[in-house]
Write a protein that binds this ligand. Sequence first.
Ligand SMILES: O=C(O)CCC(=O)C(=O)O
Length: 252
Amino acid sequence: MYMSTENKLFQQFHDEGYVVFKNALNADLLNKLNQQCEQLTDLYMEKYSNIVSCSSRSLRETKDFKLLDFFNNNRNYCPRANRKDIDLDVIKNLFYETRFYSFAKKVLSSEDELVLFQEYSIRSVVPHSFSENITGWHQDASDKNPDLEMVIFWAPISGAETGGLKIIPKSHRLGVVEHSDTPPFYHVKNAILDNYLDGEISLELEPGDCVMFHHHMFHTARANLSNKIRWSIDFRYQTLSQFERKRVGLIL
Ligand SMILES: O=C(O)CCC(=O)C(=O)O
């Protein structure tokens, strides 16, 4: 039976809980993302200039070199994620990109317009920060917020060698599962997770690619074992009715 590409993707999302779009962000979108990272880099350097010393050389270098050099001996200061300083136009361009927007609309079976969920960020993960601050396995709509419905959008701005996400395909079918607050992360309880870890996959995404996944998908950040910063962007689509009910998010 013939199935359109859109329907195939929809079916895959339904069955597996995610879809990967390869080479889906054009050069203009990627440029805007990179410019945004440059701006955040300058902002971080300005913000921490009283605490962290910086060689004049690094001021002339690329954002990764600058940030790494700057935070080299002070990695704990490097912000792991940013929301408040992001230019919303950058998010808006991606949010309304027809391919992603119409896909999310279909998944959320929404007649109304979609709204940005309150959690969105540009992340900067310094190398070898595995044990400091990286998320554990979790669901975005979890036992703390079981009635949320979202489609999550995640895209790397740096190459796949900087790590990225791991997911457990089909885990969305479990619905909301119990999480644990035991430090260092809020995470799916080990007694549940252990049954599904065999199915984990690493998403090997390059700049230009992105993944969209279900709000019940088990996912976690991978370690950044490269010598570069891992930059990425993530945001969430929600329906207008959820936005009105819960009052969380932004109409772009
Ligand atoms: O990008 C990351 O480091 C983690 C992303 C994540 O866990 C999320 O978007 O919920």
